[in-house]
Design a protein around this ligand. Structure first.
Ligand SMILES: [Zn+2]
Length: 493
């Protein structure tokens, strides 16, 4: 039994709530506990029976409806004999449940009495998983979504296509599965293949799991670069007609989608339509990053397109493509998102006003996009948002390219310092990104994500500084370990 000083809510939670009053005593969670809920919160109540191991009936734990709270806001009162969560929306009730769940996991089901009034700083609180460079199972993605949602994150950005693998089926294009989803594994010399593709049922299962946890799913179909896998299956979509191969190593490759090819545009139309139908949330990410123009510059079809559309440079041609693909997304009733390269070469066609810009190469793209009237999601690789980077600067630490310390993530602010006040509302929020070329297994993915993603979640909900984070590392490790997460336990700086 616990004899030491009982832990308080402020020691157990990440993100910390915005208003927290500690009280004497604790509520003990055990298998005999009961839950009741307003009909509006039936889904959350049902989840509570799983996450808190209680049964529907009595009012030990009560989800009540109240007016006038924001979408994700909730009030929580933990008393010695009853827990009451009040919210106006199911998403708020769900955040309240996760706060209770965090305390239970971190403190052996002893939930300290407290009063909490809580709401987020930003509406976009996300994480991205690259499932192209390495393929991850449905079960693992569900596990990540669950743990992310426990930290009040609400966007899963799912990177589905890239040079090293295509992971979504499109009817009539069977070679996406037989060719584009497979690569040669370089770290073996026997030519063995590696890969996978998500069936529509897989995607629906993941989406349903995410929605139950009030997390939107944002699919990314990368265009027009990072297209080797697609071109390997359909060489006619490239400028030189191939042959091409699904890449077996990380990099930026010259062979991209041919911007002069109408058949390619037709394929993209079908792919976007399929994606829009399968994914029910409002956004589709269209990529747009790291697209070399080498192949376009010597391609007759691309040159003809430039002439026909009156485009003066390859950058303008890429921007033309961005506009065309955005149009496809909008025709399907969705809102496009693009990496910050979409801001380039826009002299001729401009940019669709609805396009959300994801700023990854520092914060300049975010500043420019908000100047131009676009909504922005911040995930600068320079500011603690890239979790494929090493956690500390050591040759023994796994990771790629750079270093993202816990300290760095704990200093992340989605609002760039130089951004004028009236443009701040353009910043929807931020996210942490995990590129996976060097992340060969789900265990390693967990290690790269945690605890940095927990710290990121707090920056987007209720930002705290590093000393505060440090005080809660132990309780965070405890709750993540209970969820079978393999996390980094090393230094923060
Ligand atoms: Zn071309």
């Amino acid at each position: 039994m616990q004899k030491t000083k009982p832990l308080t809510a402020s020691e157990l939670l990440m993100p910390l709530p915005r208003h927290l009053e500690e009280k004497e005593g604790a509520f003990r969670l055990h298998n005999g506990r009961t839950v009741s809920f307003d009909p509006l919160f039936a889904g959350v109540g049902d989840l509570a029976t799983e996450q808190l191991s209680c049964t529907i009936g009595g009012e030990d734990i009560l989800f009540k409806r109240t007016d006038s709270l924001g979408e994700d806001a909730y009030h929580l009162k933990v008393g010695k004999t009853q827990i009451v969560v009040k919210a106006s929306e199911p998403s708020g009730a769900f955040r309240g449940l996760q706060t209770v769940r965090q305390m239970a996991l971190a403190n052996d089901n002893i939930i300290p009495c407290c009063m909490i009034e809580d709401e987020p700083s930003f509406s976009w609180r996300g994480f991205m998983l690259d499932t192209s460079r390495h393929f991850f199972s449905v079960d693992f993605i569900k596990k990540l979504i669950d743990v992310a949602s426990m930290h009040h994150l609400n966007r899963f950005h799912w990177h589905l296509t890239d040079d090293q693998g295509w992971r979504i089926k499109v009817e009539g294009f069977d070679k996406l599965e037989t060719i584009a989803s497979k690569r040669t594994l370089l770290n073996y010399t026997d030519g063995r293949q590696y890969g996978g593709i998500y069936s529509d049922e897989d995607i629906l299962e993941i989406q349903q799991f995410a929605h139950r946890r009030h997390m939107m799913v944002v699919p990314e179909i990368e265009t027009p670069g990072h297209a080797s896998a697609l071109l390997a299956a359909y060489p006619e979509f490239g400028c030189t007609q191939g042959p091409y191969e699904v890449q077996d190593r990380w990099g930026i490759f010259d062979e991209v989608m041919c911007a002069g090819n109408d058949d390619l545009l037709h394929f993209l139309q079908k792919t976007i339509a399929k994606t829009a139908k399968l994914f029910t949330d409002p956004y589709i990410h269209i990529g747009g990053d790291e697209c070399p123009h080498t192949a376009w510059e010597s391609c007759p079809k691309c040159k003809a397109r430039m002439e026909k559309e009156g485009l003066a440079s390859a950058k303008q041609l890429q921007s033309w493509m961005t506009s065309e693909i955005c149009k496809m997304v909008e025709q399907e009733g969705k809102r496009p998102i693009g990496w910050d390269e979409v801001l380039e070469g826009t002299e001729k066609r401009g940019l669709p006003p609805s396009l959300i810009v994801m700023s990854w190469r520092g914060d300049q793209g975010g500043i420019e996009a908000s100047d131009r009237g676009h909504d922005v999601i911040m995930c600068p690789n320079t500011a603690g948002c890239y979790f494929d980077y090493k956690s500390i600067d050591s040759f023994e630490e796994p990771g790629n390219i750079g270093v993202t310390t816990i300290q760095k993530t704990s200093e992340f602010n989605p609002i760039p310092k130089s951004l004028e006040k009236e443009k701040r509302s353009r910043i929807l929020g931020g996210q942490g990104n995990l590129w996976t070329e060097k992340v060969t297994s789900s265990r390693l993915a967990e290690y790269m994500l945690f605890p940095r993603l927990s710290v990121m979640a707090e920056r987007l909900w209720n930002p705290q500084d590093l000393p505060s984070v440090e005080k809660r590392r132990a309780s965070l490790e405890k709750k993540l370990s209970k969820l079978d997460i393999n996390l980094y336990r090393g230094k923060s700086t």
